[in-house]
Design a protein around this ligand. Sequence first.
Ligand code: ATP
Ligand code: MG
Ligand code: FE
Length: 347
Amino acid sequence: MRILGIETSCDETGIAIYDSEQGLLADALYSQVDMHARYGGVIPELASRDHVRKALPMIRELMQSHDIDKSTIDGIAYTAGPGLIGALLVGAALGRSLAMAWQVPAIGVHHMEGHLLAPMLEANPPTFPFVALLVSGGHTQLVSVKGIGEYRLLGESLDDAAGEAFDKVAKMLGLSYPGGPRVAALAEQGTPGRFVFPRPMTNRPGLDFSFSGLKTFVRNTLQDLSDANELTDQAKADVALAFEEAVVQTLVIKCRRALQESGMRSLIIAGGVSANLRLRAGLGDMVKKHRAELFYAQPRFCTDNGAMIAYAGCQRLKAGQQEALTIQAKARWNMESLPPCQPSSFG
Ligand code: ATP
Ligand code: MG
Ligand code: FE
């Protein structure tokens, strides 16, 4: 089964073609980041308009350049939520319309299910059941995953998402959006141990997170340095490192707890922050000690992309699920409400 995937939930237009027999055949990504950069964040209306401008030409170009004829497409998967409603509607309307024109089924995919399944695109994919840490710009969640669509939320951030905290700290450090990779690069120059920041909510039971206090801690430290006339480039790098280590350690502690409490032996990480090398290394050390295994997608499939949507949609269309002739788009959408993809042996 060959599926065209369309991702337009935020500021990236992602297009991909996934074939259940041959794997990922083609993918393309257009990021609007330069357009939004001057505003310091994503402007929803501009995002929608840019998806309108890019999505259809990208689909045409991708299919032409890979010699893929529309008659070989068996279904269309588009991101139906959660995300910016106007941006979602562009991909949803386009996906639904193409499906109607090509007389194939369409399915609206949950964006976080897309992220969660992205490690399945790799050569050594995880097998169910596993614990998933979703760490992106809008989400920080620990999820018990028994099969596709069999999700139970174990814990989540009570305030800022991990990626959001990276982006806000980047702003304080004078770095541009999206800040995660830039904070990580600056932290490379940091002096280990010069600053130690708190690991929020780790000294009490539970699997929830909170990152907004840590962000305030960073702001106060920068203010103190500035007041003392000591806010040098080196000091900024030292702060970036202390922040990154605090986030990573916090995530490691909670993932260890989730593995212990669930008895599961596989951990997958997904979403933009799962591209972070310090996080991958910290979790890699932790799972080794607990005889568990860690899985993640290649960096370009950690952040938003069309491949994860094509993959997730393909699994659901293969199981016989599809949308009626309606355009599905939801700004908010609870992942636990998704139907199971097929009966799993785990019950
Ligand atoms: P959501 O998926 O929750 O709707 P989103 O789609 O905006 O949010 P993603 O595209 O998955 O989020 O990820 C983007 C986020 O990942 C940004 O906050 C960015 O700063 C962060 N990020 C990307 N690379 C890194 C990195 N190497 N280290 C830390 N953070 C990173
Ligand atoms: Mg983005
Ligand atoms: Fe995302």
